[in-house]
Design a protein around this ligand. Structure first.
Ligand code: FEO
Length: 407
């Protein structure tokens, strides 16, 4: 099989999932990869398992670099099933190996794979622990909640290669392995979506781990995440780390995301009028209709926009189901430092906008007064929507003057 070398004796031996379009609810139009890495040193180590069904592809790639019987260590940085689903099968194919993993990962392995785990040869490792392979040393750094309690980074010291599992990843299937070989706009598009949907709620932990890497003085020649392409050019490494710093701080563009659904087009008319008001103030707006826009894209728009409004008609005294689903999802992702607001139309009783307003307030956002109209917005109502958009845009511009902008 095609061999992919990162550094001398360090190989990518992952699997490419061209087909996956739904990753536990996260839409993945470009597929993904499950990245494993192999170090063919005096002692050989396989870093990270793979998703159930992808083990044979990983082992075919391993066999192109060494004999399976030569592998002495399996590092498990993270137990989520996209990286551990085929570990029981892999262990049957390999000669007895020592598993290097965190204490929390061992506990989670036991939850997933039961009593067989008791028979596995597991060495618990934590921050600062090192294992020598010969010319290379594996150094471990626990990264709890990036994005599970067990998450861990492996650093190949002498090669200056960081293998941080999910961090810095992208759901992107490609036959190219390095960021500098693929359109950077696509990579950053997928990296932002990945951060929004997997890591947005863990901004504090992201900042801590980046500070820890700096404190330890780790020099980095390459970052090999568990999904997508590998970062190796200094400017690309700088770019993704700076993006993580900005996202974790809640920095965003001077932009408003209008997230809505509509029944008989009244909330849609309001949406377009608000968008017009925002545009009149020279601020960018993006309009996203729920049910037609993948939720992962909507979450990314929230990550990248200083403000987001949520619009819904009232249906049976409540908000539209698509809007309810979005609010549940985005509440879990905990966007911070955002201006928000609720708007929509109703017929006789109302209720939907009030519910959205309460939801937004519970998320600790800066929430504008709600805006709602009966049945079909009149010309005066449309004018009020335009003014609502203008006022929001003015607030976004003021906010932007006080805070740094993410690129
Ligand atoms: Fe790629 Fe958290 O698994």
């Amino acid at each position: 099989m095609q061999k992919y070398q990162i550094k001398e004796d360090i190989w990518w031996v992952g699997a490419i999932d061209w087909d996956v379009r739904d990753f536990h609810g996260y839409e993945t139009p470009r597929g993904t990869t499950y990245n494993s890495y192999l170090i063919t040193d005096e002692k050989m180590a396989l870093i990270d398992g793979t998703r159930k069904g992808f083990g044979p592809e990983v082992l075919r790639r391993v066999r192109s670099c060494c004999e399976l019987s030569q592998i002495e260590y399996l590092v498990i940085n993270h137990v989520e099933p996209d990286h551990s689903g085929d570990i029981p099968w892999l262990l049957e194919q390999l000669a007895p190996v020592k598993i290097l993993t965190s204490k929390r990962a061992r506990e989670i392995l036991r939850w997933y794979y039961g009593t067989q785990v008791d028979g596995w040869d597991i060495q618990i490792v934590g921050t600062g622990d090192e294992v020598s392979l010969g010319k290379y040393t594996l150094s471990f750094l626990e990264a709890p909640m990036l994005h599970w309690p067990d998450s861990m980074f492996t650093y190949v010291k002498e090669a200056k290669v960081l293998l941080p599992n999910d961090a810095f990843g992208q759901h992107l299937a490609t036959s190219k392995r390095f960021a500098d070989e693929v359109d950077m706009n696509i990579i950053m598009d997928e990296a932002a979506k990945y951060y929004a949907n997997i890591l947005m709620l863990y901004g504090g932990q992201v900042q801590k781990i980046i500070a820890k890497v700096a404190e330890l003085g780790l020099e980095i020649d390459a970052i090999g995440p568990s999904h997508g392409v590998i970062w190796r050019r200094p400017e690309d490494i700088k770019r993704i780390i700076e993006a993580y710093v900005a996202w974790s701080r809640g920095e965003a563009r001077q932009r408003v995301a209008l997230i809505y659904d509509t029944m008989w087009h009244s909330t849609e008319k309001m949406t377009l009028a608000i968008e017009d008001g925002i545009a009149q103030e020279g601020v960018e707006a993006v309009v996203l209709r729920l049910g037609r826009t993948p939720l992962a894209e909507v979450a990314r728009a929230v990550l990248e926009s200083r403000a987001f409004l949520v619009g819904s008609p009232t249906l049976n005294n409540t908000m539209f189901p698509t809007v309810g689903g979005f609010l549940t999802y985005i509440r879990g992702l905990r966007p911070k430092d955002r201006i928000s607001g609720a708007y929509g139309s109703y017929g006789w009783s109302g209720g939907g906008v009030k519910q959205i307003d309460a939801e937004l307030k519970s998320m600790n956002l800066t929430v504008l007064p709600p805006l709602e109209f009966r049945y079909v917005p009149t010309e005066e109502d449309i004018a009020a929507c335009v003014e609502y958009g203008r006022e929001l845009a003015r607030q976004v511009k003021e906010w932007g003057q006080e805070r740094p902008e993410a690129s």
